[in-house]
Design a protein around this ligand. Structure first.
Ligand code: ATP
Ligand code: MG
Ligand code: MG
Ligand code: MG
Length: 469
């Protein structure tokens, strides 16, 4: 079996041999874009290189980039534990051309790596292209020998990438792997594409245009390439699995979670162990990059992830902090590729343990309140917004934690009731501040929170950057 660690190395070495600089992963906290919550794609650290604001001593690069998609534009948090192919933290493998090579080479590189180096059967692969991108369709035929029915033309914005309202943009081509007949899910672009038969593994972006502030679109004199391949999805294929969570790395974390709880990884709590394994990675990597759990901004997203994992552990019977005890398993899997985990092991451990200690007492009381309330309600009634708000305000339950707890029971929260309760409390808080004669800073904070909404208030203006890959 090819390990995930070996696949990562093979990918980087392949592009290294094709003249790409192997660049280490950048931080999960974007260094060049304060409006972006987390690095959510491999291209993020190179944004200014693509726009020409920054130059590098190389025109081809390859990376294994740490990525978090929880909160903001790409939010895969609610998928975790329930789909076979979404994580909150994952590694995006990529190759980049900064005005160097373009479509023919990008397609050739991807195809050669997949079918020659990694030996994937050609008849398992499909490619989507943007409907107007005849060039790409022709190249897939010529280079890969794909027949027409394996080239799927998609005309929606899904297959057209933009960095933002202005700036570089261009068509995409997504490479899919077909896991086989027996499983639910239609081909890409079809209404039921979200099954697990066809899995998107690699997204190629052809940056060939420049959107101007006046709304016009120019052709770039030297077009660029940005690609992103999900390492976990690809490892699943290479390891003969349908499910990312059955790959070596994820499986080791799931088993660590099951061990610490003295349970069967595939028993009644199967999806909880998956959630814990996923959230362990986002938690540890975010702390290693300097994010700490807090009440707002990045820290609040981290807190939501941590508390959600902790609720699952509690539900499985944990009576004392256990989440931090899983860290050594993660370090064993990923510490060699990401030495920051080892370097910051003490801080990560301490932070995880401290957060769990603080939250455990509240969690127990909050869950009791929640189950009492549910007992009083009719079978199909949504949890009233003021109860969800009390859980949030008094017991530190982020709304999505409550929703996650209810989801297992097929129940929901009255979200607008929750927002109303939140708005009322804000009004009271504001009135109190006015009375206190305090200064501008708080007013600014309240204004920002009003504008951006309470539960999703992340402390950032917006995610204007459309970093699809
Ligand atoms: P999907 O349509 O499956 O949600 P995407 O189009 O949002 O994927 P891209 O933004 O194109 O994904 O990211 C590039 C690659 O990263 C994808 O082709 C996929 O292999 C991988 N990927 C995207 N989201 C996730 C995730 N949440 N967990 C694991 N891998 C992911
Ligand atoms: Mg997605
Ligand atoms: Mg997609
Ligand atoms: Mg994509």
């Amino acid at each position: 079996m090819t390990s995930t660690n070996d696949i990562r190395s093979a990918f980087l070495e392949y592009f290294g041999a094709q003249g790409h600089r192997i660049v280490p992963s950048a931080s999960l906290v974007p260094q060049n874009d304060p409006t972006l919550l987390f690095t959510n794609a491999g291209m993020v650290p190179f944004k200014n290189v693509f726009t020409g604001q920054e130059t590098r001593p190389y025109s081809r690069a390859t990376t294994a980039q740490k990525v978090v998609r929880a909160g903001g534009k790409h939010n895969d948090l609610d998928n975790v534990g329930y789909t076979a192919r979404h994580h909150t933290f994952f590694e995006m493998m990529g190759n980049f051309s900064f005005g160097d090579y373009f479509k023919p080479e990008a397609i050739e590189f991807a195809w050669t790596l997949l079918t020659r180096d990694f030996g994937l059967p050609k008849d398992k692969l499909l490619a989507t292209v943007y409907a107007e991108d005849e060039d790409a369709a022709e190249l897939w035929k010529k280079i890969a020998g794909l027949s027409d029915d394996r080239i799927i033309r998609i005309g929606t914005s899904d297959n057209f990438w933009r960095m933002g309202d202005t700036g570089p943009c261009g068509p995409c081509s997504e490479i899919f792997y077909d896991h086989g007949d027996s499983v639910f899910g239609g081909p890409p672009g079809s209404p039921d594409e979200d099954g697990d038969r066809f899995v998107e593994i690699w997204n190629l972006v052809f940056m060939q245009f420049l959107d101007q502030p006046d709304g016009s679109r120019d052709s770039l004199p030297r077009p660029s390439i940005d690609t992103g391949m999900g390492l976990e999805r690809f490892a699943a294929i290479m390891q003969g699995k349908r499910d990312n969570y059955d790959t070596d790395t994820m499986r080791a974390l799931i088993e660590a979670s099951a061990d610490v709880m003295h349970q069967d990884a595939d028993g009644a709590f199967k999806s909880s162990h998956r959630v814990v394994a996923d959230h362990l990675r986002s938690t540890a990597f975010l702390i290693a990059d300097g994010v700490l759990p807090s009440k707002e901004g990045r820290g609040y997203v981290l807190r939501r992830i941590m508390r959600r994992a902790m609720r699952h552990l509690h539900m499985m019977g944990a009576k004392e902090p256990v989440f931090y005890r899983l860290l050594p398993a993660l370090i064993q899997q990923m510490g060699a590729a990401y030495p920051e985990l080892v370097q910051h092991q003490a801080l990560i451990t301490q932070t995880m343990k401290g957060e769990e200690e603080r939250f455990t007492a509240l969690l127990e009381r909050g869950l009791t309140l929640l189950s009492d309330e549910l007992d009083r309600l009719g079978e199909t009634e949504a949890l009233p917004g003021d109860v969800a708000f009390k859980l949030y305000d008094t017991f530190g339950f982020p709304l999505d934690l409550t929703q996650d707890a209810l989801r297992e029971k097929g129940r929901t929260v009255d979200e607008s009731g929750f927002e109303t309760a939140m708005a009322e409390q804000r009004k009271r808080a504001r009135a109190a501040w006015v009375g206190s004669g305090d200064t501008a800073a708080e007013t600014v904070w309240f204004d920002a929170r009003d504008k951006h909404g309470p539960s999703e208030f992340l402390g950032y203006v917006s995610e204007k950057a459309d970093a699809e890959v």
